[in-house]
Design a binder for this molecule. Sequence first.
Ligand SMILES: C[S@@+](CC[C@H](N)C(=O)[O-])C[C@H]1O[C@@H](n2cnc3c(N)ncnc32)[C@H](O)[C@@H]1O
Length: 289
Amino acid sequence: MTGLSRFHYLNMWLRLAERPRRWWHFHVGPSERQLAEAENLLSQRKYYELYEEIHARAGRQGRTVTSSTVELTCSAFRYRFEAFQGEDIIPQPGAELVDLGCGVGENAVYFAQLGYRVTGIDVSGSAVEMARERAQGSGTSVTFTAADILDLSEDYTSKYDLAVDVGCLHMLVLSGDRTRYLRTAHRILRPGGAFVLYERVSRRDIVLKEEYSEVLNQVSFIYRRMVGDGRSIEFRGAGGRRASLRQYRRELEAAGFEVLKAERAWDMAQRFAIFLATKRARASPLASS
Ligand SMILES: C[S@@+](CC[C@H](N)C(=O)[O-])C[C@H]1O[C@@H](n2cnc3c(N)ncnc32)[C@H](O)[C@@H]1O
């Protein structure tokens, strides 16, 4: 596993430094001006599309959003994924794998290096561009597509043996979006296929009083993080909703999955959980929705 680098400490320092501002923003509330800006942005784009700004801003500076925190998350995920590979239910290399919300492609390239036939999908065009360059640079062959997973066409139905999500579902705040996302993940798997979900998890159930206000609060908050070479970028919140272990389990089951494993996982940076779910060989009625 990657050790803690200078960037990791700098990131932690930035997070600590933003705490009072963050506390004020999420407890007292955004200003009228911040809210108006957020409303204006959301009239043009969906909240989860705003991650594009982060990728594009880093890209314009010739960097990716990869920071040591992301690297730690990736290596912690891989460690657990490799442990899951021993499970009968996990298709072996050679199978069709889709990386949902693949970002700049670190994991997609890793899966290709393991021998899977990989498609990476992300709604951010900039991320997909950077992911293609990464795959080219590493000499692997990966298909990257810029698309909204919530709107994947019928062409994707029953296409994949294995779907993996490393930190995509938790970006979706609205319950309707989460349901649609998980139903799509279920639909695009072949019967008997597996879904590995690695997400930020909360200790307790998260209940939002008003989902759209939460989106507005998040979109109006400006974060600052280190990227690649030690400089920082500012970016707007683009959604984020953790859930407890049992809430994730319920969401997966409601989408038609059978949950085989649900385990907590620490990755030094944050609290995560990993789930192994399957699309039962006999399709559930929800799969067609
Ligand atoms: C936190 S990043 C994780 C990226 C990558 N999986 C990793 O481990 O580094 C979440 C990614 O999900 C993408 N995303 C969010 N909602 C999406 C959607 N509806 N369709 C496709 N991609 C989405 C974002 O653009 C972003 O790149």
